[in-house]
Design a protein around this ligand. Structure first.
Ligand SMILES: [Zn+2]
Ligand SMILES: [Zn+2]
Length: 292
């Protein structure tokens, strides 16, 4: 059985046991501070992860994001706005976990059998993937697409900075997933950290424009069930397919899997509009410096 764990005073405040009464104003302030701290953590995490993979892109595929400066600025702005939306439910739940014993997060590794650690990670990834698949598929219906999801698809082709480039409505659907799951499925705090790390890395690398993972993860029997950049790239190219986040399970089951994209071809295609944009910009400045 999962033991109820009492936590020491931490960044989110004192334990319920050590603070018999707090005026509502100080509780509200603690929750606001917790939400602000989470927003900051998520925003900085985004900047570090996307920045690191953008640097890797520059080293590995120089010029891949050339001509996309305005798009990248838009992706960063939407992503930082999303960080605030992700930070609020995360901050409220973190406060409740620390101060009220909310959630099924445990920090004593022996509170559950050790085999449950990897199982819990898989359960979270599968549950998150299921939530993402169905909400994402719904957002491709005409009205929600126009209202919200078009913001994410305005990135053509997406870059490493597009990981959290969502309209606030879409950000809200993403922001509640993990904070709801921690009430339903027990997870050790370090396993939850791993889930969040996988979420961050896949969010960035799926939009990066090239494959960072070894070939077996996107080709062959393993690749047939896992989602990496080659799979999500095709979603950004063709729209009505490849809705999943981590696994191809729902796409395959529902007949929406359309295979994986080809970055070599995509790069050739995306270079043309990028070059056109550069030429347009140069023409605006008098056309003295035409880009190649
Ligand atoms: Zn995407
Ligand atoms: Zn989409």
């Amino acid at each position: 059985m999962l033991k109820q764990v009492q936590h020491d005073a931490g960044m989110w405040g004192d334990t319920a046991a050590s603070t018999p009464y707090k005026p509502p104003m100080s509780i509200a302030l603690a929750i606001i501070l917790s939400a602000a701290a989470m927003t900051l953590i998520i925003g900085v995490r985004y900047l570090i992860a996307s920045g690191a993979f953008a640097l890797a892109t520059r080293a590995k595929h120089p010029g891949l994001y050339t001509g996309l400066d305005a798009q990248v600025r838009r992706e960063v702005a939407w992503s930082l706005a999303s960080a605030a939306i992700y930070g609020v439910p995360a901050g409220v739940v973190a406060w409740g976990w620390q101060n009220r014993g909310w959630t099924q997060i445990y920090d004593n590794v022996h509170a559950m059998p050790l085999w449950y650690l990897p199982v819990s990670v898989l359960l979270y990834l599968f549950a998150h993937d299921t939530w993402f698949y169905w909400t994402h598929r719904w957002m491709h219906r005409p009205r929600p697409f126009k209202l919200a999801h078009a913001v994410h698809h305005a990135s053509r082709p997406p870059t490493a900075w597009a990981a959290m480039a969502f309209h606030p409505i879409e950000a809200l659907t993403g922001a509640v997933a993990i904070p709801l799951l921690v009430f339903l499925i027990p997870i050790h705090v370090s396993a939850l950290g791993l889930v969040l790390a996988i979420m961050t890395v896949m969010g960035v690398t799926n939009h990066m424009g090239w494959e960072v993972f070894p070939r077996f993860m996107w080709r062959g029997p393993v690749g047939a069930w896992l989602i990496t950049a080659s799979h999500h790239q095709r979603h950004h190219e063709r729209y009505g397919c490849n809705y999943g986040l981590y696994f191809r399970f729902w796409d395959r089951l529902c007949g929406t899997d359309d295979g994986i994209g080809d970055f070599t071809k995509d790069r050739q295609r995306s270079r043309a509009p990028a070059a056109a944009r550069r030429r347009g910009g140069d023409a605006d400045r008098g056309g003295a410096n035409r880009a190649a």
